[in-house]
Each structure stands twice: as structure tokens, then as C-alpha cells.
Design a protein around this ligand. Sequence first.
Ligand code: SF4
Length: 336
Amino acid sequence: MTILEAHHDPALHAAIRALAAERKAVILAHNYERPEVQDVADYVGDSLGLSREAAATDADVIVFCGVHFMAETAAILSPHKTVLLPDMAAGCSLAATIDADQLRAWKAEHPGAVVVSYVNTTAEVKAESDYCCTSGNAVDVINAIPVEQDILFLPDMFLGAHVRRITGRENIHVWMGECHVHAGIDPEHINRTRSQHPGAEFLIHPECGCATSVVEAVSAGAIAKEGAQILSTEGMIRRPAQSDSDTFIIATEIGILHRLRRENPTKHFIAANDRAQCAYMKVTTLPKVLGALQRMEHRITVPDDIAARARTAIERMVAIGGTPATSPFGPDDPGE
Ligand code: SF4
């Protein structure tokens, strides 16, 4: 049995649902979680979608099946709710490339620069930032900053290179961070997989840092644009039903294949590279979800002063929103 197959345990599933009801808890799961964790959740989505659910829920408790920085964002947006992360080992190799001390030192080297942070950062780094952005609105956020203003963009070097190319701005300094998963979704693998399936559509989901290298490779011309689309989670889930194609090559972390197959059972989905797995997303298992609800742990809290400053950067991101401008494909693309 592979990690892409659901490890069904009906008794455990039922015990989690019963305890979640007793605790007035909502279970949120990221698209890259294990299939059986997605199946026990109330809501499955990308980090922005999970943030919105966390902010909107009436539940007293949020069991956050994702990685630590996402649970922190939920705690920032829902300060009066109890946010639980089932396993504290659920980190992020991209977020770990820069901490608040490193960012303060970088800012000191560039006095007056505006700091734009991708959402894959700790709350402390967000608190040191002027704006947050997603892969879907990074270009819009940059375009909202006066052209003469220096920008520090962090921590994803591929997204940084992409926004530099699209905006044509030379005054964007980029932190050289990367996610360990993207190395498995490189242009060579993708071009080989596409040549093996010439009729397949090629779908890119730039959530997290795992596929931003693909976005950059497309905008740099290393991967052909024809037959390719950059899609948000919901766009990706909807696309197969709208398309005449019955085969799709998916460039992102492989966890999303579970939902694609579940919601489009007559279509075929091929991972651009089936080794593209986020180890941090996979540490959360059903027994750990049950344990989190039984012991009400591990509680994720963010100190008030850090939360207040981080919230400002997050709210600026939400205010600017997202448009197709990030896309290397032109105005018809829905972006993230
Ligand atoms: S896929 Fe990469 S960027 Fe996303 S949580 Fe995992 S390590 Fe972090």
C-alpha cells in the first residue's frame, strides 16, 4: 500500500468524528495530507482556503492537519479559538530557511526596503514584514509598491525570480530559500512525463513552494506553455470535468491526487513525479488526530504583539487579493 492510498480504519474514523462533535471541533486538512486524514476532515483545501475556514468557523476548537506556519496563521486569524496541531514535527523546509533574526539583519543591510513575505513563513517573520503574499497575488502585491522602492522578497527564490521577471523590476532582492519537495518536480522530469503522454493536459498547482519552480521554469521557457495551466485548488478540481482530455499530468505535491481522483473518478491523473512528497505534511496520521482531540494538544498560540503585527501583513495580502497577473500564460488563467 502506498502513501497515496487511503489507510481506511472505520473505527478510528468514527471515534475521531464522535470526539470532534463532543469537543465542538472542526477538522481542517491541507490538500497534501494523507488521504485518510483528508477523508476525516470537515474541510480540505489550500493554505488560503484553510485560513478562511479557520477565520469563519463557529467551532471552539480547530484541529489543523497541515504544517506549523499554517496553524499559526489560523491562530492569528482566530485568536479566541483553540488551534491544535496533531504533530509538532509538521514543519516546513521553506519556512525554516529564514527566522526573524535573519530577517532583521537583512533589513539592516537594506534600510527603507519594503518586506514582502510569502505565506510560508513563521508568525515572527510575518511580524517583521510589510506584506504577505500567496503565489497567486505575489505580482499584484509587488505592483502595489512604488517602483522606486527597494523590496526584500522572501523566502522562495523561485517565486522571487518569477516576480522579478514578470514585473521587470531590478530592485527586488530575493532570499535564496527553497522547499525540498520542488527538487522532485524539475523541468527534466516534467518534459519526460509530458512526452510519454502527448494527449494529456498539464496542470500546475503553485500552492506552497513545491511547484513555484515549475511556474518559474514555464515563464523562463524551460517548460512548454502549450497545453499547460496554472490553477488554484478549486480550479484544479473543476478542470477535469470541463476538459475533453481524460488524462492529466499534475505538477505539485502528490497529496492532491487523492482529491482529484475522488472527485473525478472517470479521469486519469499522473504525477509529474510521484516522489514529490512533503514529509512534513505526511507526519499527521489518524491516531495523531485522535490523540490531539483526546489530549487537546498541541496548542498553537502566537504572542499578542507578534500576532498584531503579523495580522497587518496578512490583511494587506487579503486586501490586495489575487488576479491572474502571476500567470506566465496570460489573462485567461485563473491564478491561485
Ligand atoms: S510542500 Fe514544501 S513549502 Fe509546502 S509545507 Fe512542505 S516543505 Fe513547506
